[in-house]
Design a protein around this ligand. Structure first.
Ligand code: HEM
Ligand code: MTE
Ligand code: MO
Length: 467
């Protein structure tokens, strides 16, 4: 074809708004992406950060772009090439170069940002998940925080902001410990994705883990800042900001209801310990929020700032993500503004052994797994079927005894049942009942949602019987 027109970087730089059209460079090529700005799955504000400049530096932060289908979209907007003397490519510094080392047994879902879960059969070997195996869900690079200069900013009720050092947090407030399970909203998303494609990381059954968390009670710190036990009209939500920031300078953020934060048991923590160790970098060093019974996304890591407001957090993750929808809602009709943000999670259980597709001997089969419910409801019972749900057995539960309404941690369960003589295949199924007698739905399709969150249908594992 005809050669493309040739531009200088300066000429590209003149196209940095929708009015002047939006141009970007990638390698030696120039693209006019004006028409794509509105269609960008990552939002308009993000893509406009690249306007008039090179994509490499920004894409180094969001590895989701190093896929053929993304480059294919870009190619469709090519309008020119860079003049030869300008073709030196910017070499992006890897924003993830400072991330900590990780355990090799983790199954990595995304390397940059780092998202990984332990193998299912390792998950239920321990009641408290070892820190190294605890699932990790990061949206951005892990910030490097200097503990000596670290200050937690707490906006007070009359405009005064407290700055608390780690030493103050540890010495001024009594240390409180809570055993709690943390679950990502996307746990078991891969099962939803098999029903119909959803957008998000392909988590298996292990995007949840359990730890004994230690730290100051959030309510003690809020009281110290001058907040009342009962919120007034202006005190309806407590917002958290992480020290991890994206390229536009926006921090990871979330909020929880004021009543949850002040909750009568004081189990919401500003945690600096995890299983008796200093909080690891991947889990929010030096301080994270621990909101037991509430979706992982509100448990803000690398906590930098706490504020109290009439409104929920305005962050992307509170407003435009981590919400559930009807199966009928698609990306053309979705309206994030009207759906409630996920807080307490529904009842959940899954099989961790045997593995899907395993060959099992005849006679008896031992099945293992976990069960948990949000809101401190705890698990009342786990039913296991070896014949696809026609007949059921009650599993034996094992876990820390926790007070009613404060059952924040999972139960591990086990069942040994008879394999029907002559059977060559088994459909192993589990379902849990929580303390409020809420049950898991039997199939995925009626709870399918475009973001693939809240995937808690009966878990089914198909195995073959080898005579
Ligand atoms: C997601 C295209 C520029 C941030 C995506 C996806 C596509 C895309 C196709 C969805 C990928 C998938 O889920 O498989 C493009 C193109 C760009 C561009 C063609 C330039 C012409 C940028 C820039 C930024 C950015 C400059 C940030 C500074 C993001 C983010 C997501 C995303 C954060 C993920 C959204 C999510 O988590 O669902 N982009 N992008 N993009 N993009 Fe871009
Ligand atoms: N906090 C910050 N600052 N940044 C994050 O990316 N991810 C959230 C939450 N807190 C996140 C965060 C999500 S979605 C989950 S599921 C949990 O942290 C995961 O916690 P973990 O990595 O300790 O398992
Ligand atoms: Mo999450």
């Amino acid at each position: 074809g005809a050669p493309y027109p040739v531009f200088t970087r300066q000429e590209v730089g003149q196209h940095r708004s929708l009015a002047d059209r939006v141009w970007v460079t990638y390698g030696n090529e120039v693209f006019d992406i004006t028409d794509f700005v509105e269609l960008h799955p990552g939002g308009q504000s993000k893509i406009l950060l690249a306007a008039g400049g090179a994509l490499e530096l920004l894409w180094a932060m969001y590895a989701v772009h190093s896929q053929e289908h993304v480059l294919g979209i870009l190619r469709g907007y090519k309008v020119g090439e860079l003049s030869p003397e300008e073709q030196s490519q910017p070499t992006p510094e890897d924003p993830y170069a400072g991330d900590p080392p990780r355990h090799p047994a983790l199954k990595v879902n995304s390397l940059k940002p780092f998202n990984a879960e332990p193998p299912a059969e390792l998950l239920t070997e321990n009641y408290l998940t070892p820190n190294q195996l605890f699932f990790k869900r990061n949206h951005l690079p892990v910030p490097a925080v200097d503990p000596a200069s670290y200050r937690l900013q707490v906006e007070g009720p009359r405009g005064r902001t407290l700055a608390l050092s780690l030493h103050e947090l540890k010495s001024r407030f009594p240390k409180h410990e809570v055993t709690a399970t943390l679950q990502c909203a996307g746990n078991r998303r891969s099962e939803m994705n098999r029903v119909r494609p959803v957008k998000g990381l392909e988590w298996g059954v292990a995007a949840l883990s359990t730890a004994r968390w230690g730290g100051a009670r959030l309510r003690d710190v809020l009281a110290h800042a001058g907040y009342p036990e009962e919120g007034q009209a202006g005190e309806q939500h407590v917002g958290f900001e992480g020290l991890d920031q994206d390229l536009s300078g926006a921090a990871y953020g979330a909020s929880i209801p004021y009543s949850t934060a002040m909750g009568c048991h004081g189990d919401v923590l500003l945690a600096y310990e995890m299983n008796g160790e200093e909080l690891p970098r991947d889990h929010g060093y030096p301080l994270r929020v621990g909101v037991p019974g509430v979706v992982g996304a509100r448990n803000v890591k690398w906590l930098g700032r706490i504020s109290v407001s009439r409104e929920e957090s305005q962050s992307h993750w509170q407003q435009n993500d981590y919400k559930g929808f009807s199966p009928s809602v698609d990306w053309d009709t979705v309206d994030f503004s009207t759906a409630p943000a996920i807080q307490e999670l529904p009842v959940q259980s899954a099989i961790t052994e045997p593995a899907p597709g395993a060959a099992v001997p005849p006679g008896e089969l031992t099945v293992k797994g976990y069960a948990w419910s949000g809101g401190g409801r705890g698990v009342g019972r786990v039913d296991v079927s070896l014949d696809g749900g026609r007949t059921w057995h009650v599993a034996e539960l094992k876990g820390e005894e926790q007070a009613p309404g404060r059952a924040w941690a999972w139960q591990l369960w086990q069942l040994t049942g008879p394999v029907a003589p002559g059977s060559t295949e088994l459909d192993v199924v589990c379902k849990a009942v929580d303390a409020s007698y809420n049950v898991q739905p039997d199939t995925v399709a009626p709870i399918w949602n475009l973001r693939g969150v809240l995937s808690n249908a009966w878990h089914r594992v198909h195995v073959t019987v080898v005579q």
